[in-house]
Design a protein around this ligand. Structure first.
Ligand code: DGY
Length: 346
């Protein structure tokens, strides 16, 4: 049988070669900027030639390694600017980010170049919602101070006035951003007897609201009526520095702020001032402006519970993120539709 898909064989002029001697279809070449979980590497290697860098974040060095690659898997540690997209080698036909958030990617540039772009929604929702609750409870109940006191040998025994924190049960939680993660955080609040306030741009869209969730007319109204607020907005030009001094001044005195979304949503200097004055009672933060550096003002502020961006750090979430990218990449190279393609024109 003649296999016409194999194309002409250079050594034999324009004769077609029999299928039992035909070259197998070319495997796509994929570059990943960071080591990934074993199951993800195994899945990618099942259909592609995979090159894994050792945590490369420098845009120029990533670009250099993209030469001859068909796909790039980066993380939020690589700034995919317009310049980066313009200088991506022609061979790169698809871009993937090992994250659900994509504020590090210039979507307009990606769209302009006609590059399909995929991310990792859904699979990290529950893990991230759990971390929001760790932050909420850790901030409210002075978890870091308590740990430090115990580990540093400063605990001299139970005292009636020692490490007194804020009540959580029965309080009001404002969920700012009611997407997948915001909803998962709100769901957990039912077990704490909390009322949840939120704002939806298009009320009535999506799943019906649970009984303990009430809508307000704006994010600002939610902010002003809550004892706790948890941020779940995407970072964009419109939301950059959203929680600023003016908004903090409208909050209930002693309210507690939780952020598992992006550091840039908060004006960190304003938050640190408010923690110092007691306007904000405590803050639980997993994300920071300028990560991995954390500003001295935040580190020095009182009543914080800080984590190094671990919202999605469970094995099922991190495996799920990579496996979702891998199955979309496999689909792309096989000419099938992908599940998590970002609408770059939106
Ligand atoms: C994301 O996916 O955007 C998180 O910030 C990291 O898991």
């Amino acid at each position: 049988m003649i296999d016409r898909r194999a194309g002409p064989n250079k050594d034999q002029g324009n004769q077609f070669v029999p299928s039992d001697q035909a070259a197998p279809p070319a495997r796509p070449k994929i570059l990943a900027t960071y080591p990934m979980p074993a199951r993800v590497v195994e899945k990618l290697r099942s259909f592609a030639d995979l090159t894994v860098l050792d945590g490369e974040t420098d845009p120029q060095r990533v670009l250099d390694r993209c030469l001859g690659m068909d796909a790039l898997i980066c993380t939020l540690m690589t700034k995919v600017s317009a310049d980066f997209v313009e200088r991506l080698p022609e061979s790169v036909r698809i871009l993937a980010t090992y994250s659900v958030g994509y504020d590090h990617v210039d979507l307009k540039a990606v769209d302009g170049r006609g590059l399909p772009f995929i991310n990792t929604p859904d699979v990290l929702t529950e893990a991230t919602a759990d971390i929001a609750w760790l932050l909420l409870l850790g901030a409210a109940r002075r978890g870091w101070e308590a740990q430090s006191m115990l580990r540093e040998g400063r605990w001299i025994g139970w005292e009636p006035t020692q490490l007194v924190g804020a009540d959580v049960y029965g309080k009001t939680l404002g969920v700012l951003g009611f997407g997948r993660i915001g909803r998962a955080v709100a769901r957990r609040a039912a077990g704490f007897g909390m009322k949840v306030l939120t704002f939806q741009r298009r009320p009535g869209s999506g799943e019906p609201l649970p009984d303990h969730v009430e809508l307000r007319g704006s994010l600002d109204e939610v902010l002003a009526e809550s004892d706790f607020v948890s941020l779940h907005l995407p970072l964009s030009e419109q939301t950059s520095g959203w929680l600023n001094a003016a908004r903090i001044a409208t909050m209930r005195r002693g309210a507690i702020v939780v952020n598992t979304a992006r550091g840039g949503l908060i004006d960190e200097a304003a938050l640190a001032d408010a923690l110092g004055s007691g306007q904000i009672g405590a803050a639980g933060l997993d994300v920071f402006v300028g990560e991995p550096n954390v500003s001295e003002t935040i580190l020095a502020a009182p009543n914080t519970y800080l984590l190094p961006h671990v919202g999605s750090a469970t094995s099922s979430a991190r495996d799920g993120m990579g496996l979702s990218l891998a199955s979309d990449l496999e689909a792309f190279f096989a000419g099938r539709p992908m599940v998590s393609q970002v609408d770059t024109a939106a």
